[in-house]
Design a binder for this molecule. Structure first.
Ligand SMILES: Nc1nc2c(c(=O)[nH]1)N[C@H]1C(S)=C(S)[C@@H](COP(=O)(O)O)O[C@H]1N2
Ligand SMILES: [Mo]
Length: 483
């Protein structure tokens, strides 16, 4: 065993031992009336969390010791008895120092510190109910929040993602560009002059906190676009940040307008803090908060979508509706799992039903034997991907780049493309030998439009063609395209 490993082990043993000691004192405090238990239990939980996650969880799950710890962690609750005890101990120690006769300035310092601690302790809620009531009061009305979200305590507003904009001496401007009659650039004063309004918005972060009734002041996106004349083929809007990674996110333009997206300058009557996106950020109500870019610098209108930072790098769901819990590109995966999956580009053998991978850059993807039923890869780059033996039934592959992709046999079983939508997909050089195409769509029925790109380099053998013969129109299209 190496030195550093031995050291780490010793550290762990120390954390665990301290955990047991504090848990012991805490337990005594919970059963004996003279000793405050909760602070020691919190210490125990902290020590265990460093030394052993198993013991940490065991402590949290303990029927007697767990609840006060969770009450504190979740709601910031300190029981009344603990408050009284702590304040009396502090008062006694202050009285003692006074009586001994220390220098007045030391006495004043001690008094100030003890008083601040006492005020902090006393103003914490004593019960979880009290804490929830305080939150509710702040909300004015009891409103519903989306599934599996929690309201932050006492109006807290966590900081998520980047902490500061890119440093620059240039004055702050916001550019409206892309599919507009003419690109325009506005100073912040010019933007505000379009007409500010007050908005009350419920913030829902994908990491499961919500902050209802947040007050913003700003200008509606619609008002500004009215002055920039978007072109008819503008279907998507991308919001780009003045930040080191040119952070961005995108929405359907129609959604951004319908949801009343706001270009916000103020929160609670004051200029937005820089850490929360000041001097100017987007606020998009009705979507997880990753659709609300901080430090807005550019608004770009586009015909085709361009995935944002979290959507492309971390697999966040591109629709982001909190009421439908559209959190990640794979339902039931957590954030890390999706990010790791997307980075590895190895889907082989995995259960990824209903995966959302529209417009993702996945050239050379390996997905042999993967369960991809109902998945969608519209407009994705899948050049050279291997879907051998994969189940892609009912998958949406509209306009996907599938050049040189392979759907052949894997473990003796060819891919399943039954009911798949392949309109506009580029299938040149792709191998579809032996696949099942029952009910697949290669061209819009009745119109012969939006057809898949198929030529003599596309390989579809007789058995694959035969599986398509229940829809003669589709079969004809494919046969004719093959030449
Ligand atoms: N420029 C920029 N904007 C961003 C992010 C970011 O990392 N950079 N993170 C997003 C995410 S995931 C969330 S939840 C919110 C967080 O905003 P807040 O820090 O003000 O709570 O900003 C969004 N906008
Ligand atoms: Mo987020």
């Amino acid at each position: 065993m190496g030195l550093s490993m031995a050291l780490r082990k010793a550290q762990r043993v120390l954390w665990i031992t301290s955990g047991y000691v504090f848990a012991g004192i805490g337990f005594a405090g919970v059963v004996l009336p003279v000793l405050p238990g909760v602070p020691f239990l919190l210490l125990a939980a902290f020590c265990f969390s460093r030394g052993s996650e198993r013991l940490h969880q065991a402590l949290l799950m303990h029927p007697r010791l767990g609840p006060p710890i969770i009450a504190w962690q979740k709601y910031g609750v300190i029981p009344k008895r603990a408050k009284i005890l702590a304040v009396s101990v502090m008062a006694t120690s202050f009285a003692l120092t006074w009586w001994i006769g220390v220098a007045p300035f030391a006495l004043a310092a001690q008094g100030t510190i003890l008083l601040s601690v006492a005020i902090y302790l006393v103003t914490r809620p004593s019960t979880a109910n009290e804490s929830v009531a305080a939150n509710r009061a702040a909300e004015e009305t009891t409103r519903e929040i989306p599934p599996n979200q929690q309201v932050t305590s006492n109006g807290k507003w966590p900081v998520v993602g980047e902490k500061a904009p890119r440093r620059s001496d240039e004055p702050w401007t916001v550019e409206i560009t892309g599919l507009v009659a003419a690109t325009r650039r506005f100073t912040l004063d010019e933007l505000r002059a379009f007409g500010e309004e007050d908005f009350v918005v419920d913030i829902h972060c994908v990491t499961r906190w919500s902050r209802p009734q947040s007050r913003f002041r700003g200008v509606r996106l619609a008002k500004i676009l009215d002055h920039c004349a978007p072109l008819d083929d503008a279907r998507f809007v991308s919001f780009v940040a003045r930040s080191d990674r040119d952070h961005s996110t995108s929405l359907l333009l129609a959604d951004a307008l319908a949801l009343e997206a706001i270009i916000a300058f103020e929160h609670d009557g004051e200029a937005l803090d820089e850490i929360h996106g000041g001097p100017v950020r987007m606020v998009v109500p009705g979507r997880y908060f990753y659709k609300s870019v901080k430090w807005l610098e550019r608004i770009e209108l586009m015909a085709l979508d361009r995935l944002g930072y979290w959507e492309a790098e971390a697999g966040y769901h591109n629709d982001a509706d909190p009421w439908l819990e559209q959190r990640y590109a794979v339902a039931n995966f957590d954030r890390r799992a999706v990010a790791a999956l997307f980075q590895s580009r190895d889907f082989s053998g995995k259960d990824l039903r209903s995966l959302r991978a529209d417009r993702q850059e996945f050239p050379g993807l390996v997905a042999n034997g993967a369960a991809l039923r109902d998945a969608s890869f519209c407009g994705a780059n899948l050049e050279g991907a291997r879907f051998d033996g994969a189940n892609l039934s009912n998958a949406r592959l509209v306009e996907a780049n599938l050049r040189n992709a392979s759907f052949g046999p894997f473990d003796g079983q060819a891919a399943d493309l039954e009911g798949a939508d392949l309109r506009g997909a580029d299938l040149r050089g792709a191998r579809l030998d032996g696949v099942s195409l029952f009910g697949a769509t290669f061209v819009t029925p009745g119109t012969m439009e939006d057809g898949a790109i198929i030529d003599a380099t596309t390989r579809i053998d007789a058995s694959a063609l035969q599986s398509l013969d229940s829809t003669l129109e589709q079969l004809d299209y494919v046969k004719r395209a093959l030449g």
